[in-house]
Design a protein around this ligand. Structure first.
Ligand code: 6A9
Length: 819
């Protein structure tokens, strides 16, 4: 461990005032593919979900809400969300004239991950129009254990709370209680009312046995039962003279023996509310509606404080923008964190598959050494991960995740490290991680078959390395700020807490609860624990994605550092992440500029982490490779004539040539800060970037030059549209290096930084209230998937954590610390 941190030890907080992170992160809204679905981070356990539909007519039943769908609701957003404490989500269902608010409060205590309380509230969007909603809350237990309904079964439904009790290996004993709000009005009038008088005003229920691994299909099971119930009762009536749907579209009020799936239905009129309490027995604490009445306002207050400390309002933005900017950023951050899911299950891998240009690869082998053939199911794996989109792609994506964790880490450092650890755990013995993590049946149900199989020589940009560097930077900044100015900040050295309301740019308030930032030992052992796997992963990249240098008349200072994405087709390089970005024809001899740049970045990160954990020899090796990569980027990828960096390919005469398409690709050595500030090529890159004929737009950097013949053509995914995570890379390269350090282009870099940051922020927030997957390169309008709860949220970081170039105390103190 480095000396200066050891010296700071006596100043560190001794009591952290927070439960272990495993505990506070056990429960969560970890079914982000649902509008509201809670489960613990345990492979087979208790899963809950919310279903609702309108009873204004019979048709609305076929539009029952459960999984997030694009263009179904008028909006759904977590306005506040903290993974450890809970949050508030607003779901606007215009079709059924209801705004549903889901509130979640996590209550620590006991030895099994604590308890929680959830409140589901509904109110008419248009108060003068009817709002008749039927809600179904379900709970299902998988794996060993048991779940029972405690409330006596009544054949015509239940008045008052419904209680369950259960037990499982990891959750131990627990109870669940579902309680009406004070003013619920059950639907009670209508033709044939007399026929149903015993059922009206009651809560209906069912209990069914559900085979292992099928709780995720609860909606089907439950709605089918409702249809059967309807059919048995409807025969007494003649269409169109059916009774009010509220009377007929109901659960049957019976519980089969050995049930492990239960559902509770309420059919209500006008504003409504019900609470669900999960009490972990060892916590020995009774929860009631008062817990939520009091707890939610406290949660919101502490959320706001934490958010403002983690992402302080930027000094260069006019105060009158504050409200809308903060609301936007809170929602973006909350949806990213509210989009975190826990996935468990097997996936499909094909070890043998390869395109002809990839066929130089060694034959793929099974673990037992035999040659592998065809697609196979793997062992089940577990993963806690953020997701790019709750409706469209609710699963883990490797290169998206690095960006997600940059943002999450700014708000909750330890949460980002916990998730990173899960991803690191996926690195297999060869060092490979699949690009898309489609774990289990539920995740697979969202993916067309042709996209399900993952191939072990396919990569994706190594963004997990970004999370490691961000952590190391944050740690150093935090340690320096702590050590030098604890007294100045009035921080209590015993608790690590600053006085409430303290808002320091050095960020002591929001990081006070972080175990890793506050403890050099923990930081050290965390990095040590991931190092071996990360290195295996790094070696896998260097081994499997290497490119050819010695042929095709190429000359380069390093004979080893050249790279090529495997798994491309004629038109797509999905593995690069920039799917349809123009490239040359597939060839075993082509070399990809983005990949060598990612590798330069990855190498630098490996050097930083090796230095941190004192693997000195490794650090020296990484330093050499880093230098070799920088040299080879110049030797293999710089095109003097066109004054830009390009891919390389091989022509019919077996000679190397450059494939140059102006766009994100051409910026890569700059995006990863691989060029020195006095590089003779930096000016050309900055000019290309700032040129409105090419990459620059009033809304952010375009993926492809507006003057390129393919601009906006074909599928038009990466042929022009603006991607926020790429703009973020440019902004941080400018902020941390090119605009911050002295050099011939510093002035230009500062200018570009200020303009770009403003363009991206001004375009995105407050336009539609939605965050989009990408933005139109000519009009700035949002495009494709929305709400996009993944990396687009980085606008919030561009706003807040990359402020104007005032003196940043953090940087200054950091500098002192490494002296
Ligand atoms: C196919 C659709 C119901 C494409 O954000 C995830 C990825 C990025 O990693 C990548 O860079 N997106 C970008 O070019 C989305 C990929 C979605 C594939 C889903 C199945 C099913 O639709």
């Amino acid at each position: 461990m480095q000396l200066q941190w050891l010296l700071l030890l006596p100043l560190l907080p001794t009591a952290l005032g927070q439960a272990g992170s495993n505990d506070t992160l056990l429960w969560g809204a970890y079914r982000p593919n649902l509008y509201f679905g809670l489960r613990p981070r345990i492979p087979e356990s208790l899963m809950t979900g919310l279903i609702w539909f309108g009873t204004q007519d019979y048709q609305s039943f076929s539009k029952a809400r459960h999984t997030c769908e694009q263009n179904e609701l008028d909006g759904y957003t977590w306005t506040e969300f903290d993974a450890r404490e809970g949050g508030v989500q607003v779901l606007k269902d215009g079709y059924n004239n209801v705004k549903i608010t889901t509130e979640l409060l996590k209550i620590p205590g006991g030895d099994h991950g604590g308890s929680w309380a959830a409140r589901i509230r509904g109110e008419p969007i248009k108060p003068d129009r009817p709002s008749r909603i039927s809600t179904i809350f379900y709970l299902g237990l998988e794996g060993t254990g048991g779940l029972e309904m405690e409330t006596d079964e009544e054949e015509d439904g239940i008045e008052g709370p419904v209680k369950f009790s259960g037990s499982s290996l990891q959750l131990d004993d627990f109870t669940i209680k579902i309680v009406d709000g004070p003013n619920n009005k059950f639907v009670s009038s209508g033709a044939f009312k007399e026929d149903f008088k015993d059922r009206i005003g009651k809560t209906h229920f069912l209990g069914r046995p559900s085979a292992p691994g099928t709780i995720w299909q609860a909606k089907d099971t439950i709605l089918k039962t409702i249809v059967q119930q309807f059919q048995s009762k409807a025969q007494d009536y003649q269409q169109p003279n059916y009774p009010d749907p509220s009377f007929l579209i109901t659960l049957p009020d019976d519980v089969y023996t050995n049930s492990n799936l239960f559902a509770v239905q309420k059919t209500l009129e006008g504003p409504f509310q019900f609470d669900v309490f999960y009490e972990s027995a060892s916590a020995k604490r009774k929860l009631s509606s008062a817990t939520l009445d009091q707890g939610i306002p406290v949660l919101l207050e502490s959320y706001n404080k934490r958010f403002e400390a983690a992402l302080p309002f930027p000094a260069d933005y006019p105060a009158e923008k504050r409200k809308s900017l903060e609301a936007f950023s809170k929602a973006a951050t909350s949806n990213l964190i509210g989009g975190i899911g826990y996935f468990y299950g097997n996936s499909i891998v094909d070890k043998k598959f390869s395109y002809e240009w990839d066929e130089d690869e060694d034959a793929a082998l099974n673990d037992d050494g035999t040659e592998a053939k065809g697609a196979r199911l793997t062992e089940p794996r577990a993963l806690l991960t953020a997701t790019p989109s709750r409706s469209f792609f609710p699963r883990g994506f490797y290169w998206d995740e690095g960006f997600h964790l940059l943002h999450i880490g700014q708000y909750d450092n330890d949460l980002s490290l916990d998730i990173l650890k899960d991803w690191i755990g996926l690195i297999d013995q060869d060092g490979w991680v699949a690009r898309e993590q489609i774990l289990g049946e539920e995740a697979r149900s969202k993916v067309p078959q042709e996209f399900q199989t993952q191939v072990p020589n396919y990569a994706n940009p190594p963004t997990l390395a970004m999370v490691v560097t961000a952590f190391i930077e944050r740690f150093k900044t935090h340690q320096a700020a702590q050590g030098i100015s604890n007294q100045d900040l009035g921080i209590d050295v015993n608790t690590g807490q600053a006085p409430l309301g303290t808002n320091t740019a050095a960020g002591s308030l929001h990081t006070a609860g972080s175990e890793y930032l506050n403890s050099p030992e923990l930081a050290f052992s965390y990095l040590k624990s991931i190092y071996a796997s990360l290195k295996r992963h790094y070696d896998w990249f260097r081994r499997t994605q290497r490119g050819q240098i010695k042929q095709y008349g190429r000359t380069a200072r390093s004979r080893s550092e050249a790279y090529r994405w495997r798994g491309r087709t004629e038109t797509h390089v999905l593995t690069s992440g920039m799917d349809d970005y123009p490239r040359g024809p597939p060839h075993a001899g082509e070399l990809h500029l983005d990949l060598i740049s990612w590798m330069g970045f990855f190498t630098r990160t490996m050097k930083d982490i090796a230095t941190f954990i004192e693997e000195k020899e490794d650090a020296a090796v990484f330093a050499d490779i880093e230098k070799a990569i920088a040299e080879n980027i110049e030797d293999l990828h710089w095109n003097e004539e066109q004054q830009m960096y390009c891919d390389a390919n091989v022509n019919e005469d077996e000679e190397s040539y450059h494939v140059c398409h102006k766009g994100y690709l051409s910026l890569f050595p700059f995006l990863h800060s691989l060029l020195p500030t006095d590089s003779p090529h930096l000016g050309a890159i900055l000019d290309l970037m700032r040129d409105p004929e090419h990459i620059w737009s009033p809304y952010g950097l375009r993926s492809l030059s507006a003057s390129h013949p393919e601009f906006g053509k074909g599928e038009n995914y990466w042929k022009g549209p603006i991607w926020i995570q790429m703009n973020y890379l440019a902004l941080s390269a400018l902020h941390k290096k090119y605009a911050a350090e002295a050099g011939p282009y510093q002035g230009k870099a500062k200018q570009i930084y200020t303009e770009l940051r403003r363009n991206v922020i001004d375009n995105e927030y407050g336009r539609t209230g939605y965050v989009w997957e990408q933005y139109d390169p000519l009009t700035g309008e949002g495009k494709r998937s929305h709400p996009f709860t993944g990396w687009t949220s980085l606008t919030a970081l561009s706003e807040f954590s990359l402020p104007i170039f005032a003196q940043r105390p953090g940087q200054f103190l950091c500098f002192l610390a490494v002296l």
